[in-house]
Write a protein that binds this ligand. Structure first.
Ligand code: TYM
Length: 333
């Protein structure tokens, strides 16, 4: 069976962008039954920028709770935190020696995050995509569901696999397929439709957090930026209306409807009518998840047991692949 891998950084709370662009898709792929699915809290990636240790531990457990509350079943899927499967970091070292400085320097996320002060960025932040490639390839995963912002990193993953295979004259690492599908591959800020919804945006009103209560969710949607026109009859009519388009995309993703079906239903409506309907839908879908997350967080020992068990299952796959990699490279075993 083809293998799916994806990861999320435990570097703050979960947003609606993470949920619709990633976790909801993870659940779909798990439930499709056609894949072996492995999902990961990438704690090693998180520390490429400073994380308070107590916050990191809490965010890792809360993210695990978010996965489970959203429908990831730790029996059906393998649920892990990256640092408990040391093979990720071990393969990443090999990939640090395969990837080129120039490739890393061209990553837009590196340029955005390091900015003009690259001298002061961590070496880990620069090497970040090599660890990400290792996350995927240590399982020979073939499908990686992500939001649009990870596309460039997945192209680099293919470049690393291809260069390794070429340099060592093997056909060992597979070419992974990004799975960037659905209505919400890029959820935008509620305050500015040209910016991605992000946990690091200083304005809390710009995003919906998975831990927001019903009133907060409704208020943020009511206040979301829009334009004065009613909704058009077709999705095409949203082309130059990023704020309106974003709300329609969120509606489509939350309701599992196609964008065209949503437009057939809401075309012609004023935002005074559409926003309350969207708020109701968001509360209906998200409140049960945040409630379940809070419940799971009352028993963190159980979460830790789930992650320890996940790590065992993950290592059973990863250890032989690492061993073969070392042999290919010429490391004496
Ligand atoms: P991270 O933690 O920034 O985001 C986790 C996932 O959420 C998606 N996402 C969004 N999707 C739609 N709209 C948004 N506004 C939005 N914001 C975030 C991201 O695309 C991602 O799928 N480098 C990765 C983590 C990672 C990983 C991996 C992913 C590490 N190793 C291996 C896949 C495979 C990251 O920083 O995602």
């Amino acid at each position: 069976t083809p293998r799916v891998f994806s990861g999320i950084q435990p570097s703050g709370g979960l947003t609606l962008g993470n949920y619709l662009g990633a976790i909801k898709r993870f659940v779909d792929m798990q439930d499709a039954g056609a894949y072996q699915t492995i999902y990961c809290m990438v704690d090693l990636h998180a520390i490429t920028v400073w994380q308070d240790p107590a916050d990191l531990a809490r965010n890792t457990r809360e993210l695990a709770a978010g996965f489970i509350a959203s429908g990831i079943d730790p029996e059906k899927s393998i649920l892990i935190n990256q640092s408990q499967v040391p093979e990720h970091a071990q393969l990443a070292w090999i990939f640090n020696c395969v990837a080129r400085m120039g490739w890393m320097g061209r990553m837009t996320q590196w340029k955005d995050k390091a900015g003009k002060n690259a001298e002061n960025a961590s070496l880990g932040l620069f090497a970040y995509p090599a660890l990400m490639a290792a996350d995927i390839l240590i399982y020979h995963a073939t499908h990686v569901p992500v939001g649009e912002d990870q596309k460039q990193h997945l192209e680099l993953t293919r470049d690393i696999a291809a260069k390794f295979n070429h340099d060592y004259g093997v056909d060992f690492f597979p070419m992974t397929e990004p799975v960037i599908e659905g209505a919400a591959t890029r959820v935008m800020s509620l305050r500015d439709g040209s910016k991605k919804m992000s946990k690091s945006d200083p304005s809390d009103a710009s995003r919906i957090n998975m831990t927001d209560d019903a009133d907060t969710i409704a208020k943020k949607i009511r206040k979301a930026k829009t334009d004065p026109e009613p909704l058009p009859e077709t999705y095409d009519g949203l082309k130059d209306r990023p704020d309106a388009r974003n709300l329609v995309n969120i509606y489509a993703a939350l309701s599992d409807m196609s964008r065209n079906d949503v437009m057939a239903q809401v075309g012609g409506q004023q935002f005074g009518q559409f926003k309350p309907a969207l708020a109701d839908l968001a509360v209906e879908k998200l409140s049960p998840i945040s409630g379940e997350m809070a419940r799971l967080m009352q028993d963190t020992a159980e979460i830790d047991r789930i992650l320890a068990r996940g790590a065992e299952r993950a290592r059973a796959i990863a250890a032989p692949i690492l061993d073969q990699t070392y042999r290919i490279v010429g490391m004496v075993r």
